[in-house]
Design a protein around this ligand. Sequence first.
Ligand SMILES: Nc1ncnc2c1ncn2[C@@H]1O[C@H](COP(=O)(O)OP(=O)(O)OP(=O)(O)O)[C@@H](O)[C@H]1O
Length: 302
Amino acid sequence: MNIIEAFHVEKEFNGRTILKDVSFTIVEGSIIGLLGPNGAGKTTLIRLLNGVIDATSGTMNVMNYNPKNQGDEIRNKAGIITESAALYHDMSAWDNLVFFAKIYNAFDPKRIKLLLEQFELYDKKDQLVGTFSTGMKKRLSIAKALIHKPRLLFLDEPTNGLDPEGINDVIDLLRKVNAEEGVTILICSHVLHQLETICDSFLFLKEGRLIEQGTRRELEDKYLKEINLLVETGLQPADSKLFKGFPYKRKSPVHLEFTLLSKKQISPLLKEILSESWIYSSEITNRGLETLYFKIRGGEYE
Ligand SMILES: Nc1ncnc2c1ncn2[C@@H]1O[C@H](COP(=O)(O)OP(=O)(O)OP(=O)(O)O)[C@@H](O)[C@H]1O
């Protein structure tokens, strides 16, 4: 079942078109990455879906509500985390969650306790939020967004300002919330390798247009026509460009990077290398989300 549907959505600010003919659907229970360079329109799209601002034209359906005139209903059933985590610094973690729960008419001390425990903040519950680290504030802002058991979570750059450990914590929490509570998550981030491991599929915005969408597998099949295989080996081919018909580049005294047409060529290549030398490792270097992102952004298939 689709939890979000957008058809031909356009948004203008002062006569300038910010989103152009954007159409997509999101299946309930999935985790979607919204990608695009600065100014592509990601935040604007999230604000439209929440009903905070109105589309200039097009239609949207979010949890069977129309953001144009049912924004309150959507915001009641969605959690939103923007860059500026709106928490009260002069209140404790516990009091912040009580305050926001009451706004949603969803005050339940058991829920607050559970979230604080899950987010490893329960022993800090009486501490003022102003004394929290960035990671703790981030975790508390996600707890706040989940306080009313939303069906849908909008996250705008949820890991900004976090160190690698803090980023992993947030990603793990989101995965858990998705698995245990079935919350659909739409997440904008610039840190592509984080999205890679958590998202089921991706939407790519560029200059206000949705230039691509799909699962990582679908996008890889479409965009990655060749494979770069980096092999750590003692092989010293006589030819400086070809080994048994496989083109390669030397990357270091013990690293050769082969260009293959498909994964099917990996086994025959490794067999040939092993017949002449040792192999310590081999790795496909161009399959990550970052490679895809730059290919799509670069517009090779537009
Ligand atoms: N209220 C507004 N009035 C006028 N222009 C706006 C308004 N909000 C956003 N814009 C413009 O819309 C464009 C898209 O902005 P938006 O914040 O949606 O991009 P983004 O993809 O989220 O970027 P970033 O990655 O930098 O957060 C920008 O050029 C921005 O200046």
